[in-house]
Design a protein. Structure first.
Ligand SMILES: Cc1ncc(COP(=O)(O)O)c(C=O)c1O
Length: 466
């Protein structure tokens, strides 16, 4: 039984019990019920095994997060030591702990924000929720209560909580969830391949998008807009690399209206795009930043929001009167997660992971682009060790397949059968975001498996008659 896509399970199997007891997040629940789950049991480096003993190469680093790869024993040791020493401590009411302080200090030495402050959370979603709450809090405290709107973009993914799900610009996260909330507005996605007008150059496209952003700000009232949020390179919305010049034009508009720039580095951060942060790769000067995922290589859940001192000063001064900065989680600054994140970031340096990404980038990007000529491939995009391959019905007209054929999902399943974990995002784009430690041979192995899956998919679509 090496194919995970079967549905006959013993009643007491993990599969049957998973189907009975779990809610699979971000999944087609009916499909999971029909086909059954795939049970992951162990992983090492860039490889992962399921309970049938089948080996997979990790093409997506879990959910874009296992930067150092799996099975790093030292991170387990650090967690064990910290659990034995101080398993939990809070940051409420002025209490602190060494791992959190150390991690905050390390982060502030890494980020392109001078004299910042760090707020810890557990996930990318809560980091972005915090971002918005801190903007609202700041506006109220500086006597500008009307300054509350946040501008995000279509195709963005910023999480799933009420606010971060509103920031997300993908319909399935809004529809039937009563989102987005009123204070969140969306502007154009910088997706040149899909969103450019006929004959429009990249320069014309980015100018149009900057003009549209300005129009939206003016229409909403510039005094009502607090911040613009962006993943420098968009991830879950299709791995979209904005054209050159885009952020320069966007940032010019934001500066004109004194609107903060929130850089969501949850996927981009810690080397993924070839620099420490995506904002550096894309030439963005952020006001605040959200980080998570690779911060701990996902060994434990932790996220951080980094804000400039001028915002913190306002929060601090206000508490002379209010007596309380009313935001924080039980697990903000969890010492075990923080200790693991500290060691993870140290290991990234010690193992030369950032240099390794720069060495692997041309190999990864060249192999990604080698699929451009395949009859099913409409567009290939990427930067650093992240990329996507978009499958289309017609290469010259860019026509997509009818969603009912689920071509991307079919290709993802074929990848799985060939022992590769990838993911269909934004319809029929297959995403690649391997652990940053992947070697040249493993990149070749990953894309060789993909090649087989793509050919299988070509056979599948050849049988589609509409
Ligand atoms: C850019 C970005 N922001 C935020 C999130 C939300 O993170 P989480 O799933 O940890 O809440 C994600 C998750 O993939 C993400 O890609």
């Amino acid at each position: 039984m090496s194919d995970p896509l079967h549905n006959e399970f013993a009643p007491d199997s993990i599969e049957a019990r998973s189907l009975r007891y779990l809610i699979n997040p971000n999944s087609n629940l009916a499909d999971v019920k029909r086909r059954g789950p795939n049970v992951h049991v162990r992983a090492e480096g860039v490889y992962l095994w399921d309970n049938q003993g089948k080996q997979y190469i990790e093409g997506l680093a879990g959910l874009w997060c296992t930067a150092l790869g799996y099975g790093v024993k030292e991170l387990g040791e650090v967690a064990k030591q910290q659990i034995e020493k101080l398993a939990y401590s809070q940051l409420f009411t002025g209490i602190t702990n060494e791992p959190s302080v150390q991690l905050a200090e390390m982060l502030l030495n890494m980020v392109p924000i001078d004299a910042g402050r760090v707020f810890f959370g557990l996930s990318g979603s809560d980091a972005n929720d915090t971002q918005v709450k801190l903007q609202w809090h700041y506006s109220n405290l500086i006597g500008r209560p009307e300054r509350k709107k946040i501008i995000s973009r279509w195709n963005a993914y910023h999480g799933v909580t009420v606010v971060s799900g509103s920031l997300t610009g993908l319909p399935p996260f809004h529809k039937n969830f009563d989102l987005p909330i009123d204070r969140v507005k969306h502007t154009n996605s910088p997706f040149y391949y899909r969103e450019a007008n006929e004959g429009e150059t990249e320069d014309e496209f980015t100018t149009r998008l900057a003009n549209n952003l300005e129009d939206l700000i003016v229409e909403e009232g510039p005094e009502t807009v607090a911040a613009f949020i962006a993943e420098p390179i968009l991830g879950a919305g299709g791995v979209i690399v904005p054209p050159d010049g885009y952020y320069e034009k966007i940032q010019r508009v934001l500066t004109k209206y004194n609107i903060h720039f929130i850089s969501d580095e949850v996927i981009n951060g810690f080397g993924r795009t070839g620099n420490l942060f995506g904002c550096q790769t894309m030439g963005i000067d952020p006001t605040t930043m959200s980080v998570a995922k690779a911060l701990s290589s996902a060994y434990l859940p932790i996220s951080a929001v980094i804000i400039p001192e001028f915002m913190y000063d306002v929060f601090e001064k206000a508490t002379e009167e209010t007596k309380m900065f009313g935001h924080g989680f039980t697990y903000s600054g969890h010492p075990v997660a923080a200790a693991v994140a500290v060691r993870n970031l140290e290991l990234m340096e010690e193992k030369g992971v950032y240099d390794h990404v720069r060495d692997m980038t041309p190999i990864f990007q060249q192999r990604l682009r080698s699929f451009e000529d395949h009859p099913l491939v409409g567009n290939v995009r990427g930067e650093g060790l992240i990329g996507a391959i978009e499958l289309v019905k017609n290469k010259s007209t860019r026509e997509s397949f009818d969603a009912k054929h689920a071509v991307g999902v079919h290709c993802m399943d074929r990848c799985r059968s060939h022992g590769l974990i990838s993911r269909a995002v934004a319809g029929d784009s297959l995403a690649f975001c391997p652990p940053l430690i992947i070697t040249a041979d493993q990149i070749d192995e990953m894309f060789s498996k993909f090649e087989k899956a793509l050919d299988d998919t070509l056979t599948y679509v050849s049988a589609i008659d509409d």
